[in-house]
Design a protein around this ligand. Sequence first.
Ligand code: WT7
Length: 645
Amino acid sequence: MLDISAYPAAHKVSLAAVPSDADYQRLYRQSIDDPHTFWSEQAQAALNWSRPWKQINAFDSATGHTLWFMGAQLNVSHNCIDRHLDLRGEHTAIIWESDDPEESLRISYRQLHRYVCRLANALKARGIGKGDRVCIYLPMVPEALYAMLACSRIGAVHTVVFNESSAEALRDRLLDADCHTLITADESVAAGKHHPLKLQADQALLECPAVKTVLVVERTGGRIDWVAGRDYWFHEVLRLAPEDCPAEPMNAEDPLFILYTSGSTGKPKGVVHSTGGYLLQTAMTFKTVFDYHEDEVFWCTADIGWITGQSYIVYGPLANGATTLIYEGIPDYPNAERYWQIVDRHQVNILYTAPTILRSLMREGPRFLQESARTSLRILGSVGEPIDPEAWEWYFNAVGLQRCPIIDTWWQTETGAIMLSPSVSSQQLKPGCAMQPFYGVQPVLLDDDGEEIHGPGAGALVIKGSWPSQLRALHGDTEGMTTRYFQPHPGYYFTGDGARRDADGDWWLTGRIDDVITLSSQRLGAAEIESALLLHPNIAEAAVVGYPDPDKGQGIYAFVTPMNGVSADEDLHQELLTLVSTQIGRFARPAWLQFAPALPKTRSGKIMRRLLRKIASNDLGSLGDISTLADPEVVQALIEARLNT
Ligand code: WT7
């Protein structure tokens, strides 16, 4: 344990909004013992509701179905914009830092209001309204936030697709969510280079005839194809639209957005989030976990294509009237100093980033920290994967100059908002420990037999009961949420993560225990990559596993069995990598691809992933029990091939 009171500078960090440890304990107890009083008070304090609720929550632990703030109405864009106008209309809502270090932009709440109202009217004029799905395929530009907020203003449901996703991945999501509208850009920009976004979108749209309207943000002015009657310039429809657009009252349980995420089986699924419960928990966690003070600058380095971006670039900060910074580019362009230049230039107070980024910047060496002061920083957040002690120490000592607590937050796309985190008021930080549950969250450890572990121990992390920002469904799959999350351990929500609880009752995350790979703090399903590989006509079987990687956390290792008589050569190797790029995106390409004459299977025909993980990790000492293997020689062949790589 690290006692930060031992660092003299640590006390210079001012903490105001954060509850003391005793307050936290009291409020946490209340949230569990008397949820009615707790959530009534919190929901009234945090948000504006246009109609009150009749009941706080109804939850069925067998199916996972949950309803929060039943009967209540509110509008998300009203809560994120309009209600701040009187108090802080001229305050900056969004700071945009371009890929080009010379260019940035500030957008006030009043300007944001204008843009969002105009866009909302433009969408309405094209027949888009309550419940309609709108796909957003944009880089990190302010228009992405306008688009999300305009949808929420009129009750349309957005689905943001990560802009590095391939045309095929975009097509799958457009079809699955049945979108009739797409908002994209001519090109995206990263490290000074232009990438053809509209071209990808056009390709995807060839197979999506239902999409009738495409709004195109002019980011670079690069040459693009144009389909008259379908494609419109974003700035033109905005210019022509009226500015007065009342916010549509929405039911607390109306869907706010769908976000696709990988699971351990099949294609990515659309996680559906609600209006009331989701906004409440993102707003509350933003304020308490990061101890946000008025006028501070908050920078979450995630992309809006991921849940971290949705909850802590857009909804959590704006619901609190905060200044949220968005950065278009990559961490090391023009060099590894860029993040710290941004921190100084915009006087960032709270930084929320991922261990993979910290590790990559740390490896570039200390000289990239020399030109910046970073004295505006007060709180340093981490998310996406367990933060290793080396990265933790560097973040705390070198980046934060021993002044800023490290807030390691554990949560998931499905949980919508932060679930476990240390308190910034705590003087006792444990490097790599996610510490304590947020109000209302009841984490539980289960042993191998599915029995609850009390006191210290390690096992599967599950959650008892519901929480406001819980996922409501998997889009288009009535049983999906139940089978995936509530059936593995009846009565609990299954996280897919392993965890340990120490003698102080603090929580440590130990990584996924299902077939989900965490690569560069991003989540990828093994099944998704396997399906892409199997599209190749010369491939009979494929199994993908993660292995430890010092930079990325985990790397992707693919074992591939070609059809009989096919030569496993360099061409085939390249074709397979290209398939993964076109089906999912370049980021999902396996770092290692090993041709295997066969895959190890149990006698019942199940691929022994546990063994493949060991081989991929070069952990060949203890292969464990292989007595159930159908053909032990297969393993020997794989090991030999691995040793030769
Ligand atoms: C998975 C969720 C919502 C956060 C961004 C990723 C891993 C996330 C931590 C952390 C250890 C973490 C888990 C989780 N994870 N944060 N602080 N410590 N592991 O969201 O893509 O839905 O992935 O990321 O394995 O299950 P996601």
